[in-house]
Design a protein around this ligand. Sequence first.
Ligand code: YH5
Length: 277
Amino acid sequence: MEIRYKDKVLDLTEPQIMGILNTTPDSFSDGGKYTVVRSAIEHAQEMIRDGATIIDIGGESTRPGAPEVGVDDELKRVIPVVTELRQKSDVWISVDTSKPEVMKQAIEAGADFINDIRALQEPGAIDVVAGAAVPVCIMHMKGKPRTMQKAPEYEHFLPEVHCFLKDRIEACIHGGIERENIVLDPGFGFGKTLEHNYYLLANLEEFKKYDLPILTGLSRKTMLHKLLNKKPAECELSSVVGAVICAGKGAQILRVHDVKATAEAITILNTMNKYQK
Ligand code: YH5
């Protein structure tokens, strides 16, 4: 498996690490624009050195309960970082956004992957991605980020996740997106209880049936720190374990905060896999 954009190819035979780059103001001490862009670029370069082959740039906080961000603020946060990182590196640049205007300007600034937790449901989003022929990750979420964790309920959990992704794959293809540009994500932590999340993890291999790349993000999420009675920042070890479990069950792209530790763990997995009879 692989993903392609323009002259670039990302081989997915071995799992790839997507490093999370936050550009929301709360992630830096001083909110000045120059400081924010410089710190973001330094963080991105560190993650690249540590083994990330994709950098995921997000300007909207999608943590449960976080306020919504307007398009102008999101553009101000994301575009300068995409522009600067593109000048400095040929790493895959992913933009974590649901807004068509942010997608469009990010692609113009050099982004080569769109990561949309809302699975291109915003009007115009499919058109932007189809027009640019850029790879896209579509994720399952039940409800909206602000309220999704308030007692999510399903009649049939896993079939509903599959049904949603199947419908979105069809909508994307109908809208002109090539099937080989679609990456799937079951959306750990998005409108799911602790039980839902572990049920999903246990049955992750079901998502292989689409024959599309699978992306997962468990890093520092509630399913880890709540289970272990820890703070999110204390979940490096459990996040690495989560990433390795996902890779072992077929995920090709691992969205993580702790790139170096994840890269070490994945080296073990890759080496073991070479000796599989
Ligand atoms: C994802 O899974 N997640 S942003 C709550 C936390 C910790 C971390 C403390 N974007 C995903 O990372 N994109 C986000 O609790 C994503 N898949 C894809 N494709 C949320 C996040 C987080 C939320």
